[in-house]
Design a protein around this ligand. Structure first.
Ligand SMILES: Cc1ncc(COP(=O)(O)O)c(C=O)c1O
Length: 448
């Protein structure tokens, strides 16, 4: 059997009944599966031997490109040396080294790092730290959490409660955590269509937080959590001045500001964090995905010293300060991958590279203006979206068809509703950016 026949029979022989796929139309997928077999650099290879360019860094996470040997070697070596160490009341050196590496690229003062395993866990961790902080300071009545409409903060009960994506909430609506409210989202096609970079309109939308302060009283509010750039809902770029205004309102009322940087962390905007990019520093920052180039599940929360110290210094020296943590917090292999990935980012200057490539990416994505079905285009750094007009009575189907066509033509993109999203690995070249958007253009012409 040659490689191709072997691969094809692998698809035919595969029993797909048992695996219940996440965020996937299971029946549709299993009737015509898209199976990936290997990955290197900017490309996946499918089980039938086709190369597919990765236009979205996996799920916004493989920022240094696939198959990085330094990471593989670090993980392998760590596995050989020590597969696991308990994370409670025991430590191992790589956990501390990984925290130091991560802290080095965090905004100044946000250098106390708590590890978890997914973005959802990082969000729950940050929300719990916010509550613990106020309690430790004698303001335990600050229990209200504020999220934002259209926000995606993962799928834990904390994350979907502060999140604002209806489809992720409605089945669980009676059981969402109590005492949560939402500020309005920042998107308005009327006022910001085809903005290149940050829209000029909309800083005033941050004042919606004042409305909630007036409604609930600041003394009841623990924290506000927002994605600096909303990713999964379709790349919503914050208006100029918006995040600073949110920061100022939080500071004025003693409310903690949490940036959910699960997508924006580690170079997506051309700086280590969105916080650095926008010059706005939160009190807590969640990260995951690219923290170790997605090689092994890992996430983290960076806390300000003020928040950390308030909790850690509150009790006696021999008492656990925060009743929270995971069996796999700072898992040795994840920590090894984290150190190796952070070294790659630094050595190859990948955050700066993303910044250099951003104008090319902006020009290429906006060149789709006027193509069939296109309603809006938006971008920042190396993330962008093309919003399509929906088919009457069948929202989401057009973007799905474009996604399929692109996949058939050798480029992987993402879609959410009728929005196509792009976030290539930071190693993407000019020619590859051209190829991604030329493929999208031809796909747009080929769907009804
Ligand atoms: C901003 C944000 N927060 C949290 C999450 C949840 O991360 P995970 O899927 O690792 O739980 C995501 C995932 O896309 C995200 O984009």
């Amino acid at each position: 059997m040659n490689a191709v026949t072997e691969n094809v029979s692998l698809t035919n022989d595969l029993d797909m009944t048992n695996y219940w796929m996440p965020f996937t139309a299971n029946k549709q997928f299993k009737s015509a599966p898209r199976l990936l077999k290997s990955a290197k650099g900017m490309y996946y290879t499918t089980v039938d031997g086709r190369k597919v360019m990765d236009g979205c860094a996996g799920l916004w996470c493989v920022n240094a490109g696939h198959g990085r040997e330094e990471i593989i070697e670090a993980v392998h070596n760590q596995m050989m040396e020590m597969d696991y160490a308990p994370s409670f009341q025991m430590g191992h050196p790589l956990a501390f080294e990984a925290a130091t590496k991560v802290a080095e690229v965090m905004p100044a003062g946000l250098d106390r790092i708590f590890f978890a395993n997914s973005g959802s866990e990082a969000v729950d961790t940050a929300l719990k730290i916010a509550l613990a902080y106020h309690r430790a300071r004698g303001e335990g009545q600050r229990t209200r959490l504020i999220g934002r409409e259209r926000g995606y903060s993962g799928v834990g009960f904390g994350g979907i409660s502060v999140g604002g994506i209806v489809s992720n909430r409605k089945a669980y609506s009676a059981n969402l955590i109590p005492g949560v409210d939402h500020i309005s989202h920042t998107h308005s096609i009327e006022n910001m269509a085809y903005s290149q970079g940050q829209p000029a309109w909309g800083a005033h939308l941050a004042d919606d937080l004042e409305r909630l302060v007036a409604l609930h009283d600041a003394s009841t509010i623990a924290a506000v959590i927002v994605e600096p750039v909303a990713g999964s809902t379709g790349v919503l770029i914050p208006p100029q001045g918006y995040l600073q205004r949110l920061r100022d309102i939080c500071t004025k009322h003693g409310i903690l500001l949490i940036f959910d940087e699960v997508i924006t962390g580690f170079g997506r905007l051309g700086a280590a964090t969105a916080s650095e990019y926008f010059g706005v520093t939160p009190d807590l920052l969640t990260m995951a995905k690219a923290i170790n180039n997605a090689a092994i599940p890992m996430s983290a929360v960076a806390a300000s010293r003020q928040v950390h110290d308030a909790i850690v210094n509150a009790g006696p020296g021999n008492a656990i300060e925060l009743f929270h943590g995971y069996t796999y917090s700072a898992h040795p292999t994840a920590a090894a991958a984290c150190i190796a990935a952070q070294d790659i980012y630094k050595r190859e200057g990948l955050f700066a590279r993303a910044n250099q490539m951003a104008p090319k990416f902006q020009a290429a994505i906006h060149a789709l203006r006027g193509e069939p079905h296109v309603k809006d285009i938006r971008n920042l750094g190396l993330m962008g979206a093309v919003e399509l007009n929906s088919r009457d009575g069948a929202p989401g189907t057009r973007a799905y068809d474009v996604f399929l066509k692109c996949f058939e033509k050798g480029v992987m993109v993402r879609f959410t509703g009728d929005i196509l999203a792009f976030s290539p690995p930071l190693i993407v070249t000019d020619a590859q950016i051209d190829e991604i958007f030329a493929t999208v253009k031809s796909a747009l012409h080929s769907v009804a």
